[in-house]
Ligand binder design. Structure first.
Ligand SMILES: O=c1ccn([C@@H]2O[C@H](COP(=O)(O)O)[C@@H](O)[C@H]2O)c(=O)[nH]1
Length: 266
């Protein structure tokens, strides 16, 4: 899915919601009898009109072995081509190995995007960027408390590590192929995050279960094209009514788009 198509979907649906598909067998209602594909399909059916993207975190599938990989592939096929599909895998290795991570995500699974850890540098990210029409989403400032261990740490020559990562990585790929992960729990840093990457989309996990600040993220991080994909996983898939939970977020996002990105509708 191209950037123009993504922006078109955001405008049409008045939503920049990404639904996280992280099925935990211990939390799936007993009525599914352990059928995780049916669970995912029901979530997708209930939410597809409210969201523009889905983000299966590959950990939940890889832990199930071969069956889990097939589940992931079947889930992605079920989503179809009207939503951006992000394989949240946080890969990245020497170029030779990254090539196979990229092949797995984009060819074997059929995902549109993959999350990548940038810390091994340009050659570890390049193989993902070589796929035309696919997205590479680099970890910039993550949502977890441990982000303070390294990412916030000022470097000897000034800015924190996450700023250095973003500024350097923004030279590796264009805003048509590169996004950054920026956690919703870090809303107060979004003005700064936006300064480092004014045009790039941000994938923003951390609302709902992690307590992130959706309005703050939008106030400081939204662009004229929205520029944000905000993810909720547990807050939607384990809600009593996942469809209503997604619709509620969509309505809130519609309000936020009109407030912070009015140019999107002109
Ligand atoms: O900084 C990050 C990067 C990735 N994640 C992932 O997003 C979802 C969040 O799930 P919730 O249930 O909505 O909290 C999950 O897959 C994480 O591994 C993140 O939370 N923060």
């Amino acid at each position: 899915m191209t950037r123009q198509q993504l922006v078109h979907h955001i405008r049409e649906k008045e939503s920049f919601l990404c639904v996280g598909l992280d099925p935990d067998p211990a939390r799936i209602p007993a009525s599914y009898g352990g059928d995780l594909l049916r669970f995912n399909q029901d979530i997708i059916d209930a939410t597809r009109d409210s969201c523009v993207a889905y983000k299966p975190n590959t950990a939940f599938y890889e832990a199930l072995g071969l069956e889990g990989i097939n589940l992931l592939r079947d889930t992605i096929a079920y989503i179809g081509d009207q939503h951006l599909v992000i394989a949240d895998a946080k890969r990245g290795d020497i170029g030779n190995t990254s090539r196979y991570y990229a092949r797995f995500a984009f060819e074997t699974l059929g995902a549109d995007a993959i999350t990548v850890a940038p810390y091994m540098g340009a050659d570890s990210v390049q193989p993902f960027l070589e796929y035309t029409g696919k997205w590479t989403i680099l970890l910039a400032l993550t949502s977890n408390p441990g982000s303070h261990d390294f990412q916030h740490t000022p470097q000897e020559d000034g800015p924190p590590l996450f700023a250095k990562v973003m500024r350097r990585a923004a030279e590796w790929g264009t805003p048509d192929q590169l996004m950054f992960v920026c956690g919703a729990t870090q809303a107060e840093r979004f003005t700064e995050l936006r300064r480092h990457a004014p045009q790039h989309f941000f994938l923003v996990p951390g609302i709902g279960a992690q307590g992130g600040d959706l309005e703050g993220v939008c106030r400081h991080g939204m662009t004229d094209e929205a520029g944000l994909l905000v993810n909720s996983s547990r807050g939607i898939i384990y809600a009593d009514d996942p469809g209503s939970a997604a619709r509620e977020l969509q309505e809130e996002m519609g309000r936020l788009l009109n407030k912070y990105a009015p140019g999107l509708f002109q």
